[in-house]
Design a protein around this ligand. Structure first.
Ligand code: SAM
Length: 247
């Protein structure tokens, strides 16, 4: 997969994209990454990318011309036209299902906003406009990192253990992940559930399923309705959610 960003601060991406799982996956060819500087598509001495809003108001907006010209150029480059993603707090809320959808594209281009906003006409170039949550960030770079991280870990070969992404929150059954523990088995008066030390895989699986349901009921009751549950499990989850309880 090819990942690219277009922003005014391309230098923000290097450390994160080069470290840990992202860095390893890049070095082993799972994906390639390039951060483009929007100012490369300006024509004035000051390399201007912003201007005042028509109709007045506070702050500056990103001008349309550099973005249109950058996308004309980048989208015509081989090997394939990129799927173009813009970021805005007004966009569709990003979630795991969207990460899965994006992970199926050969080339993704993320356009990061700055300032008070972006000239509305540029959104005509977007295949997706995404928000990473109901809060306002200073710029789209963090949003792009969030989305790229969640997409990369879905790519074959990105994680050491191929199963790790399958078992995680929001995958498969649409539940949060179960509680997990490591050594020591007893710490500051808190004991690891006995079943996890038993070596009985069937009991461990049953405990994990119940834990996932309890955690979902407690922290994200809104997920219960669409989760893949038996009638009995759903009744238990709804009962826990109503009582405001979980594990
Ligand atoms: N005035 C805009 C508004 O109220 O919708 C906010 C602009 S924000 C300061 C600047 C840029 O940061 C946005 O254009 C977008 O690219 C990015 N951004 C801010 N919050 C975001 C969020 N929740 N999700 C995704 N991108 C966000």
């Amino acid at each position: 997969m090819i990942l690219e960003t277009l922003s005014v601060f391309p230098e923000l991406f290097g450390p994160y994209m080069g470290a840990s799982i992202m860095g390893r996956a890049q070095r082993s060819g799972v994906f390639s990454f390039e951060a483009h500087d929007l100012r490369d598509w300006t024509h004035d001495r000051h390399r201007t990318v912003d201007d005042a809003p028509f109709g007045g108001g506070q702050g500056m907006l990103m001008k349309p011309e550099p973005i249109f010209e950058a996308l004309d150029d980048l989208c015509s480059r081989p090997p394939a036209r990129p799927h173009v993603v813009f970021f805005s707090p007004c966009g569709e809320r990003f979630c795991q299902r969207t990460a899965e959808r994006l992970s199926r594209h050969e080339r993704l281009l993320f356009v990061c906003g700055r300032y008070e906003g972006t000239d509305e006409r540029v959104y005509s170039l977007a295949d997706d406009v995404l928000s990473i949550g109901d809060y306002v960030l200073t710029g789209g770079e963090l949003a792009a990192l969030v989305v790229m991280d969640s997409v990369v870990r879905l790519l074959p070969g990105a994680l050491g253990d191929e199963m790790s992404a399958v078992d995680e929150s929001f995958s498969a059954a649409g539940l949060l992940e179960y509680a997990q523990y490591t050594r020591p088995a007893s710490y500051r008066g808190m004991d690891v559930p006995e079943v996890l030390l038993s070596g009985d895989h069937a009991r461990v699986d049953a405990w994990r399923r119940a834990s996932a349901i309890e955690r979902t009921a407690r922290w994200r009751p809104d997920l219960i309705e669409s989760a893949d549950l038996t009638a009995e499990e759903r009744a238990r989850a709804l009962e826990l959610a109503e009582r405001g309880e979980g594990d």
